[in-house]
Design a protein around this ligand. Structure first.
Ligand SMILES: Cc1cc2nc3c(=O)[nH]c(=O)nc-3n(C[C@H](O)[C@H](O)[C@H](O)COP(=O)(O)OP(=O)(O)OC[C@H]3O[C@@H](n4cnc5c(N)ncnc54)[C@H](O)[C@@H]3O)c2cc1C
Ligand code: SF4
Length: 304
C-alpha cells in the first residue's frame, strides 16, 4: 500500500471560494479523486492542499439547454451519466462512453468534470515514484528525457478520457469559473499538443457545467482496450455521419483528440492514417495500434 504525502483538505460551499483556493500555489481541485488520489500516492503531484468540489450544488445534476440539448453538472458521476434516462435518450453514445470507464465502482466515484480534466497517460509516467526514479524520471515528471521519443523536446503522453471524443463530436462546451470570471471553451479547443500542458484552461479554473447542444446525428463510440474492464483505451473512436460525409474523433493516440473527416468511409480512414501516429506510450506494439485505428474506424462506421 502506497502512503499519501501530507496535504490539507478544504471543502468550501461556494464556487468563488473554491476557485480562490484552487488558484493558490500548491493547490489542486479534487472531485471523485479516482485519478488524482492514485497520482498523489505515486508522487506525480505533491499538492499542499486539495480543494474539494463536492459541496458545490452548481456542479450537481443537469438541466434542459436552450435548444433541446442538456447542461450537465461537472460533478455528475459517470454512473449517473450512463444510467440517466435523458442522457441515454438524447446522447446514447455519451452514456455508453461513460459506462466504459474503468469499473462500476470507479464510475460511482468518478465525475464528468474529472474525466474532462483527466491527466494524459504514458507507461513511463503512470508509475510509482521508485519505478520512475530507476529511469531518472522523464520530461513530464522529474527528468530531462522522453523515453518514448528521446530526441524530441515534447511529451506525447496520451489523452485517454472516454467521454471526450463523443463530447467533441457533439460540439459540447466546457464552462469554467475562474478568478477573473466565467470562461467557455469548446471541448474541441480544450486540449493542447504537449502531454505536459494538455489543458488550455487556466490553472485553478473550476469546470462547473458542460453544455451539450441537441444532437444532429447518431454517434458510435468504440473503445479498444486490452481487457473488458479497468483498462484505459488503446484507441478511442467516435464517429458520426453528416451531410458532407463522415466525421470522427480519435483519441488515446497522442496528447489531444484528433478530428478527421471524409466523404466516404474509405476517405475517412485515409484521412486518419495520414495524421494519426501512435507512439510507444503504451505496452502494446505501435504498428498494431496504428493498424487498429483503421479497424476501429471501419467498425464504428458500420455501426452507424
Ligand atoms: C483503475 C482505474 C482505471 C481507470 N480507467 C479509466 C478509463 O478507462 N477511462 C477514463 O476516462 N478514465 C479512467 N480512469 C480515471 C478516472 O476514474 C476517470 O477519468 C474519472 O472520470 C475522473 O473523475 P474524478 O472525479 O475521479 O477526477 P479526480 O481524480 O478528482 O480529478 C482528476 C483531475 O481533474 C481535476 N478536476 C476534477 N474536477 C474538476 C473540476 N470540476 N474542474 C476542474 N478540474 C477538475 C483534478 O484537479 C484532477 O487534475 C481510471 C481510474 C482508475 C483508478
Ligand atoms: S511521452 Fe515521454 S515525456 Fe511524456 S510521459 Fe511519456 S516518457 Fe514522459
Amino acid at each position: 500500500m502506497l502512503p499519501f504525502p501530507r496535504f490539507s483538505f478544504e471543502a468550501p460551499d461556494t464556487v468563488a471560494e473554491v476557485v480562490r483556493l484552487a488558484t493558490l500555489p500548491g493547490a489542486m481541485l479534487l472531485s471523485g479523486g479516482t485519478d488524482l488520489l492514485p497520482s498523489v500516492k505515486h508522487r506525480l503531484f505533491q499538492p499542499d492542499v486539495l480543494v474539494s468540489t463536492r459541496r458545490l450544488r452548481e456542479l450537481h445534476g443537469y438541466r434542459e439547454g436552450a435548444d433541446g440539448g442538456l447542461t450537465l453538472g461537472a460533478g455528475m458521476r459517470l454512473s449517473e451519466l450512463s444510467r440517466n434516462a435523458d442522457v441515454r435518450m438524447r446522447f446514447p453514445a455519451l452514456a455508453a462512453a461513460a459506462a466504459t470507464v474503468a469499473t462500476p465502482t470507479i464510475q460511482r466515484m468518478g465525475t464528468l468534470g474529472g474525466n474532462l480534466m483527466l491527466d494524459t497517460r504514458c507507461m513511463y509516467y503512470n508509475q510509482p515514484a521508485g519505478w520512475r526514479a530507476a529511469l531518472g524520471g522523464c520530461l513530464k515528471c522529474e527528468g530531462t528525457v522522453c523515453h518514448v521519443a528521446p530526441k524530441g523536446a515534447g511529451c506525447y503522453a496520451a489523452h485517454s478520457a472516454d467521454t471526450v471524443p463523443v463530447l467533441y463530436l457533439l460540439g459540447a462546451v466546457a464552462c469554467f469559473a475562474t478568478t477573473s470570471g466565467d470562461l467557455r471553451i469548446p471541448v474541441a479547443e480544450l486540449y493542447g499538443d504537449d502531454g505536459r500542458t494538455w489543458l488550455r484552461s487556466p490553472r485553478g479554473a473550476l469546470l462547473v457545467t458542460v453544455d451539450i447542444p441537441a444532437a444532429k446525428a447518431p454517434i458510435v463510440y468504440r473503445k479498444l482496450r486490452q481487457r473488458g474492464a479497468i483498462d484505459y483505451g488503446l484507441v478511442l473512436t467516435a464517429v458520426t455521419r453528416e451531410a458532407a460525409g463522415f466525421r470522427a474523433v480519435i483519441s488515446a493516440v497522442g496528447p489531444r483528440p484528433i478530428e478527421v473527416s471524409g466523404a466516404t468511409a474509405e476517405a475517412l480512414v485515409d484521412a486518419a492514417m495520414a495524421v494519426v501516429q501512435p507512439l510507444a506510450t503504451h505496452q502494446q506494439a505501435v504498428p498494431w495500434r496504428r493498424k487498429m485505428v483503421k479497424v476501429e474506424l471501419m467498425r464504428a462506421v458500420s455501426g452507424l
